[in-house]
Write a protein that binds this ligand. Structure first.
Ligand code: 2P0
Length: 346
């Protein structure tokens, strides 16, 4: 058996990804730019059954293999196993992991099944990109466990197939995810000034509509979507220029503007989708007040009510103290890329 363990962190987009050009290949409609966090890591261990040439003939943790024809077209109950935060996953979550592992097996020329054990400290489903750290860690661990030696660029392309935002959690730090074709759509680190974030968790419960479905509805029904694609493409270029120049103020202004444009576009869907609630808006107001008082802080929010505030490392304590009344407040610096912490044949 081969076992590999990887750690990955979430990232928060400064310029958002919202909408796919190709759902099968997980190609985004636009580029995006993010900062990787150093909090909320996901640790994932993938163990591959080595010996069996045809894994479906092997005995697994769930017992002997049933008649494979009877299960044709259904998730393989004797196939991969996935445990998330101590709970055995079934149905949707297991299917998504199995489909991802199928891609890895295709690259590796393997038919061996795998056991995946993941500990995710992101509040799952709360709009804090749990799928980003989740699929970045899974891609890194699974590639190693199946014996693939992928360059960072190809690992980020692989992670992309699991979840779009996971592409950017492979390099970590400040990263750009390029729009493009399958070969050209990957993430890479970019130079940027020192930055920090303060995560204000207003609600850690599951969101009413997942981002994948919400993206589809936005594309299909929001009259603002074409303008989102045009303006975000421009904003990516402006953000890359601001990052290269070390212009924190410009980075912050572009970040807050792009987040509000994304939410406006989503709110334009029919039936409407609204992720921000009144407490989220109150945090945006408080951040504006901080700026008026001379503290450089800029708000952003993903597919949920929680607000993340971009600030300078020296101001993160001040910002966290000012926002403590709005919810759980966690400070983060710029985090590392996804990395292996263990890989061995047993
Ligand atoms: C982002 N979000 O750029 C944007 C901003 C949420 C709001 O990427 O369908 O879970 O798996 O590619 O990556 C969340 O969407 O979607 C996301 P899929 P994903 O971070």
């Amino acid at each position: 058996m081969t076992t590999a363990t990887a750690v990955a962190h979430p990232n928060i987009a400064l310029v958002k990804y919202w909408g796919k050009a190709d759902a099968h290949l997980a190609l985004p409609a636009t580029g995006s730019v993010s900062m990787g966090l150093d909090v909320f890591p996901t640790t994932t261990t993938v163990t591959v059954d080595g010996g069996a040439a045809d894994d479906q003939e092997a005995l697994g943790p769930r017992g002997p293999v049933p008649d494979r024809r009877a299960a044709a077209g259904r998730p393989r109950p004797w196939g991969d196993a996935f445990t998330l935060n101590g709970h055995v996953a079934e149905d949707g979550a297991l299917v998504r992991v199995t489909q991802f592992l199928d891609l890895v097996r295709e690259l590796a020329g393997s038919s061996a099944r795998a056991s995946v054990v993941s500990e995710n400290s992101v509040p799952t489903g709360a709009g804090l990109a749990s799928s980003a750290s989740g699929f970045a860690a899974l891609a890194t661990a699974a590639a190693a466990a199946y014996g693939l030696d992928l360059a960072e660029r190809d690992l980020s392309r692989l992670a992309r197939r699991g979840s779009g935002s996971a592409t950017r959690s492979i390099p970590g730090g400040v990263a750009v995810w390029h729009a493009g074709d399958d070969q050209g759509s990957y993430a890479e680190p970019i130079p940027a000034p020192p930055m920090a974030m303060v995560v204000v968790t207003i609600d850690a419960g599951p969101k009413p509509i997942g981002s994948r479905e919400a993206m589809r509805r936005t594309i299909a029904t929001s009259p603002f979507y074409p303008a989102w694609v045009t303006s975000t493409t421009e904003t990516v270029g402006e953000m890359l220029t601001a990052c290269a120049a070390g212009d924190f103020t410009r980075i912050g202004e572009l970040t807050e503007s792009n987040a509000l444009r994304m939410h406006a576009t989503i709110e334009g869907a029919f039936p409407p989708i609204r992720y921000l609630n009144s407490r989220s808006v109150a945090v945006f107001d408080a951040v504006a007040e901080l700026r008026a008082a001379g503290v450089e802080a800029y708000a952003t929010a993903d597919a949920g009510p929680n607000v993340v505030v971009l600030t300078k490392p020296e101001d993160r304590g001040t910002v966290a103290a000012a926002l403590a009344g709005f919810g759980d407040v966690i400070e983060s610096g710029t985090g590392p890329g996804a990395h292996l912490v263990r890989s061995e044949d047993t």
